[in-house]
Design a protein around this ligand. Structure first.
Ligand SMILES: C[S@@+](CC[C@H](N)C(=O)[O-])C[C@H]1O[C@@H](n2cnc3c(N)ncnc32)[C@H](O)[C@@H]1O
Length: 270
């Protein structure tokens, strides 16, 4: 797959349907959020935005200080708010948001027009795919991705591409939901969750991804489960945002049943 071959469900979801406008999300971000420290008694749309920003901060803190020299790319940047946050709060040398969907790149440029004007040489949004990254070999110090890898058809070429464009010692940080390993896991997820049933999300076992990274030359590959900070908070928010029988409420069940979990995967390019 590359940017000329967007899977139909991905094309629709981030094109005409514009998932960022769904009641499950808020503020233009499209991720399930890190809910640590947020009062779950009656979470508001402002809390929802905070959860999504906190997920970005959790990922970005994985790039060690000093950060001022680091040139980064985000794969699957959506509306680009996370890339702008990265530059504003973490003071990286440069951040380029990459997305496979032309509508998302257009939205990212419009939504972040002020940030683009403030950092003309340091912030950019560009079309590109996880398996065909628009960067020369060894040109980046870091790559991160927030809740996008579940859409990639397979992760071997993503691992290959990140290894190609990172310099030796460069760091990769990927957060999203990955599955457990087991024969019927994908089938059970398709029954529980509409996004797996319609092909928007792909069941990627976390062990397979970490093995791919090791195979292409990453070292210190680690997968940290952060599900306890994601699923209960998300479900509490969904309780008021979607009908009680909406399939998205089954993410909590899928996590409790051990079918999937939310991870932060980190790795260093040898
Ligand atoms: C759930 S959204 C996350 C957006 C953003 N990271 C956030 O947290 O707000 C996933 C994004 O990944 C993009 N995407 C899907 N498949 C991709 C691929 N193969 N390569 C690059 N981007 C992809 C989609 O177009 C979408 O904008």
């Amino acid at each position: 797959m590359n940017q000329n071959h967007i899977p139909p469900t991905v094309h629709r979801t981030y094109g005409a349907d514009d998932l960022s406008q769904a009641a499950s999300f808020a503020g233009g971000f499209i991720n399930f959020g890190d809910w640590r420290g947020i009062d779950l008694t009656a979470p508001t749309p402002e809390d929802r935005v905070r959860s999504q920003e906190q997920l970005y901060r959790r990922v970005l803190r994985e790039f060690p200080e000093p950060r001022e020299q680091l040139r980064l790319a985000e794969v699957g940047c959506g509306r680009g708010l996370g890339a702008a946050l990265a530059l504003r709060e973490f003071r990286f040398a440069a951040v380029t948001g990459v997305d496979i969907h032309p509508d998302q790149i257009e939205r990212a440029r419009a939504v972040n027009a002020r940030a683009l004007a403030t950092y003309p040489d340091r912030l950019a949004y560009t079309l590109g795919a996880a398996d065909e990254l628009p960067f020369p070999e060894g040109s980046l110090d870091g790559i991160y991705s927030v809740e996008a890898a579940q859409h990639f058809r397979e992760l071997t070429s993503f691992a290959d591409e990140t290894a190609r464009v990172l310099r030796p010692g460069g760091r990769l940080v990927v957060t999203t939901f990955f599955t457990s390993t087991g024969q019927d896991v994908a089938e059970r997820l398709s029954i529980l969750l509409g996004s797996f049933a319609d092909g928007l999300d792909v069941a990627h076992p976390v062990d397979g991804f970490t093995a791919d990274l090791t195979k292409v030359g990453f070292t210190t590959v680690a997968a940290e489960s952060i599900g306890a900070d994601v699923w209960p908070g998300l479900d509490r928010y969904l309780e008021n945002a979607v009908p009680s029988d909406h399939w998205s409420r089954n993410f909590l069940t899928a996590w409790r049943d051990g079918l999937l979990d939310y991870y932060v995967v980190t790795a260093e390019r040898a």
